[in-house]
Ligand binder design. Structure first.
Ligand code: ATP
Length: 942
């Protein structure tokens, strides 16, 4: 759609210059759009959204349902059962009152129902996951009505002036207005993995291909380095990415390891069921030496085949994982990839950044250290009010040239903004830089004023590898040396960063209003002071400057040499209060927390010791030393080291790899562009929701909405709860299947005649409804108190390990023994009382009812492995009780409502008969409770 008011939207933007682009889009470089223009354009072009694509289509989800081997087995059973009915019909033998093809129709109906349920569950899960992703939708920094704002990328309109920097994923297409070392990776669009250098001041011929339009930027591409200003030319589906209509953030619904294991299990069970059918039919025929019993044998084997397969299980697992993600998001952990829910339960090592994750990321400058003064500063938070104390006396810092120069450097060498909205002071950008702006404002230095006196003409951006940044400003106002404290030259360069690295590049030092050579003694003193401050847990930055006659060319290596040292600034970033506790929880849960930081070793140590991550004397590995190690050598250290300091993002990747080679399951946090490879490599890559770059979020499995370490621990706990609950209902469902199979197998052996106790339809009813509902309720069982008091689940652990397999078999046998005893008694009782008539079949309904109701007792008792049911608070999981009551009522309806009775092939039971069934069923509950008592006694005795 081309707008009427903006006929220019079809322009070949790469052929026109920035000024013309702004004209065509009726926008302004200094003001941006007005709110009125924004409202009109939102009306006209809609929000900046891509129609979702990339996930599975509805059809694909539906077809996937029928790829399930269990459903295929059921279809097979339906067909064989239909063929038998057809045979009866042709031979005119069926039982009077029987509806022909009833089982076939019912089984097919259940197949369709199951497919439909699976379809709705999966599409809901995909939608929920997509909706969750929206929560972490990128924010963009733009200029509107002359002010800088941060908005949701969906609110962008053509004409918006947008600021981009390293780590940003572009939210719209645009024409570059200004660039500074801007490098963009366009692989999402062009497939080219290398980043391209972008430049605003190029004029390109019309025929230039997409990948060569170096003055344009495209939605979905990533800023790898540098900064730029862009005027948005198209949004939503009109962008280049929109045109090819692939959603970059495609929903990922990979099967989780457990789902894969369950798929393998169902294949094994189906194969087992088919073998069972073969054995029963062929064995039966050989034993009888005739084809006469084929019908009966087929019926037994079909029932057994249906009974073996846990039809309800896949659906319950999907729902449980979905519930897990909901629970996690309530605790501020947003799951982007479903397998993460499960992997979280196995995490053994959490590697966390320091700044913002373990600390509050609310920096407050404490003091300065120039050649001759160390003023301290009062005041809290971002409010620019406070006093400067020099030698214990309140002083005006701008009276001291050294201090004044340092404060000016804080203001000018800065990419952030200090803003006041409704009386609240906030920082737009990096909190470290925010703290510097606050302290400069406390001294009365206005950022805007100084930025226009000394406008920035070039910069060398900050990266975590370089650990410093520089800006070059022009002395536009022709200021006197006395006004700034700096030498008066056409240009000035300011550098700030890690003190050691900045000091290395200095040859001189500012001393009062003079410049002197920097002596070795001074260097040593500065480094000692730096260490003292860092050992108190403070974050320290070094500042320097140099006068320039010309602007150095972009990418020049030597630009940051021969600097003049200005001083140190230290700031406090208090540890988060809740982290100490979370670290202690990690320890009891067998998880090792590790700090990986770009900050100074001593700062890292002080904070890690305060939080309980390390002890005094523990080994600390520095990025520089780590670099010299090969992977096997690093592997020998990773087990001991809990602090990595002064590391660069690429070191993180090697740390993860070394830990993984040691068999650890690693969760790793990250926020920058260059953290992406480590996040991808980690078993759980965790991005920061607030401070994280779009690129890091894209690479992650999980996003912390509050950037908080404690949230990782909370998510780990939820992961363990999900895993425990899945194991719980697997025990419950498969135990029941074993009971059914054994009962059916015993019937021809123990009863002289009378056929199979359970029809395929009744078994399906049990597996899907009477087992399914309580299993769903068991899936929301809350955490047991000891869930974080045991070691992590072994990732390679078989789901049946730790007693699950033996439990299933034991309980299956108990269930079968109870039912078989009842079956033999009921069979004798009905054949004696009702002869061979139709009523003689009521023993079958008694078996059916006992199996169902016994499972209700099982559901109630299995809520806890160790606690008796009377010791559990029923209010902690009322769903189990609800499911048990509903399922019991449904079962009774099958017996006492005539149409249901005839459909399900059940018989009316007298109250006495029903009471016998309930009595036998109750024994199941009693048995499990006795087991718990026995285990308790046994453990106490030992
Ligand atoms: P973490 O890795 O735990 O988040 P960090 O924030 O210190 O710690 P980086 O952001 O990589 O890690 O910073 C590394 C170092 O670079 C810091 O210790 C500091 O010395 C320096 N530094 C940080 N921010 C800036 C900045 N905006 N400008 C200049 N130097 C900076």
């Amino acid at each position: 759609m081309v707008s009427n008011s903006l006929p220019s939207l079809n322009s070949a933007w790469h052929t026109i210059d920035p000024v013309r682009s702004l004209d065509l889009l009726q926008s302004d470089r200094k003001i941006g759009l007005t709110q009125q223009q924004v409202d009109e354009r939102l009306q006209e072009f809609g929000t900046n959204e891509l129609e979702e694509a990339g996930g599975r289509s509805s059809w694909e989800i539906l077809i996937d349902q029928f790829k399930n081997v269990m459903l295929l087995l059921l279809i097979g059973v339906a067909l064989v059962s239909g063929a038998l009915d057809l045979l009866d019909l042709v031979q005119g033998v069926g039982k009077p009152g029987d509806i022909p093809f009833k089982d076939t129709i019912a089984i097919l109906a259940i197949v369709v129902l199951n497919g439909a349920l699976g379809y709705f569950q999966e599409s809901r899960a995909e939608k929920a996951l997509a909706a969750l992703k929206q929560l972490s939708s990128p924010r963009v920094r733009i200029l509107r009505d002359g002010k800088v704002h941060e908005i949701d990328s969906e609110q962008l309109v053509p004409g918006d002036v947008m600021m981009v920097e390293a780590g940003v994923q572009l939210a719209a297409d645009g024409r570059l207005l200004e660039t500074s070392n801007l490098q963009i990776r366009e692989s999402a669009l062009t497939g080219e993995a290398h980043a391209v250098n972008k430049q605003a001041d190029l004029h390109l011929p019309e025929e230039t291909s997409l990948g060569d339009r170096l003055n344009l930027v495209y939605q979905g591409t990533e800023v790898v380095q540098g900064r730029g200003t862009v005027v948005v030319t198209s949004t939503g589906m009109r962008t280049e990415l929109g045109k090819i209509a692939t959603m970059l953030q495609a929903v990922e619904t990979e099967p989780t390891p457990l789902q894969q294991r369950m798929d393998q299990l169902s294949q094994a069970l189906v194969t087992g069921a088919l073998i069972l059918v073969g054995v029963v039919v062929i064995g039966g025929l050989i034993a009888a030496r005739s084809f006469a019993p084929i019908r009966e044998l087929l019926q037994v084997s079909l029932s057994m085949a249906v009974a073996v397969v846990p039809e309800g299980l896949p659906a319950v697992i999907t729902v449980t994982l979905a519930i897990g993600t909901q629970r996690m998001v309530r605790r501020n952990a947003l799951i982007r990839k479903l397998p993460a829910v499960e992997t979280l339960g196995s995490v053994t090592t959490i590697c966390s950044d320091k700044t913002g994750t373990l600390t509050q990321n609310k920096m407050v400058v404490q003091s300065f250290h120039t050649a001759s003064f160390s003023p301290s500063v009062t005041g809290e938070g971002y409010v620019p009010e406070g006093k400067f104390l020099i030698q214990g006396q309140v002083a005006n810092p701008t009276d001291y040239p050294e201090v004044r120069s340092l404060l000016l450097a804080c203001t000018l060498c800065n990419d952030s903004l200090l803003q006041s909205e409704n009386g609240q002071w906030t920082i737009l950008g990096d909190p470290t830089e925010g703290a510097l702006l606050v302290v400069a404002a406390k001294a009365g230095l206005e950022q805007d004023q100084w930025n226009s006196k000394l406008p920035r003409v070039s910069e060398i951006p900050f990266t975590s590898e370089r650990k410093r940044m520089s800006v070059i400003v022009e002395d536009a106002a022709k200021l006197l040396e006395s006004e700034t404290g700096f030498l008066s030259t056409p240009y000035l360069m300011f550098t700030k960063g890690s003190p050691e690295l900045v000091l290395e590049r200095c040859q001189k030092i500012q001393y009062g209003d003079r410049i002197q050579g920097l002596t070795d003694e001074q260097r040593t003193q500065i480094l000692e002071r730096n260490n003292q401050l860092a050992a108190r847990g403070l974050r320290v930055l070094g500042f320097a400057y140099k006068p320039l006659d010309n602007v150095p060319p972009e990418g020049s290596d030597s630009a940051e040499n021969d600097l003049i040292w200005l001083g140190l600034v230290d700031m406090l970033d208090a540890p988060r209060l809740e982290v100490r506790d979370a670290v202690a929880r990690c320890r009891t849960a067998g998880i090792r927390p590790v700090m990986i930081t770009g900050d100074h070793q001593l700062t890292a140590q002080a904070i890690a010791e305060h939080l309980g991550i390390s002890k005094p004397g523990d080994e600390v590995l520095i990025g520089r030393d780590l670099e010299k190690m090969d992977l096997p050598e690093l592997e020998r250290h990773v087990d001991r080291v809990s602090i990595y300091a002064r590391v660069a993002p690429e070191h993180k990747l090697r740390i993860v790899q070394a830990l993984q080679r040691q068999g650890k399951i690693v969760a790793m946090t990250g926020d920058g562009v260059n953290d992406a490879p480590a996040l991808k490599q980690a078993d759980i890559g965790i991005a920061m929701g607030i401070t994280g770059t779009d690129v890091s979020k894209e690479a992650s499995d999980m996003v912390l909405l509050d950037d908080n370490f404690a949230t990782i621990v909370a998510a780990t706990e939820e992961g363990r709860v999900v895993y425990t609950n899945i194991r719980r209902f697997i025990k419950y469902i498969l135990g029941s299947n074993i009971g059914e199979v054994l009962t059916i197998a015993a019937s021809p052996l123990l009863l002289s005649t009378g056929g199979v106790p359970l029809s395929p339809l009744q078994i399906l009813w049990m597996n899907l409804v009477t087992d399914g509902l309580p299993a769903l309720a068991l899936a929301v069982e809350p955490a047991e108190p000891n869930v974080m008091n045991r070691p992590p689940n072994r990732p390679d652990e078989n789901i049946f390990s730790r007693g699950l397999g033996s439990y299933m078999i034991r309980i299956g046998i108990i269930l079968a023994v109870l039912t078989i005893v009842l079956m033999v008694g009921a069979y004798d009782y009905t054949t004696q009382n009702f002869g061979n008539g139709l009523d003689a079949d009521r023993w079958k309904t008694m078996v059916f009812t006992t199996l169902c109701i016994a499972q209700m007792g099982h559901a109630i008792a299995i809520r806890s492995n160790s606690k008796l049911t009377i010791e559990l608070d029923p209010r902690t999981n009322p769903y189990v009780w609800g499911a048990v009551i509903i399922t019991t009522i449904l079962q009774l309806l099958l017996i006492y409502v005539a149409p249901l009775r005839s459909f399900f092939g059940t018989h009316y039971l007298t109250l006495n008969e029903l009471a016998v069934c309930f009595g036998f069923s109750a024994l199941m509950f009693v048995w499990i409770e006795m087991e718990k008592l026995f285990v308790r006694w046994f453990v106490n005795r030992r």
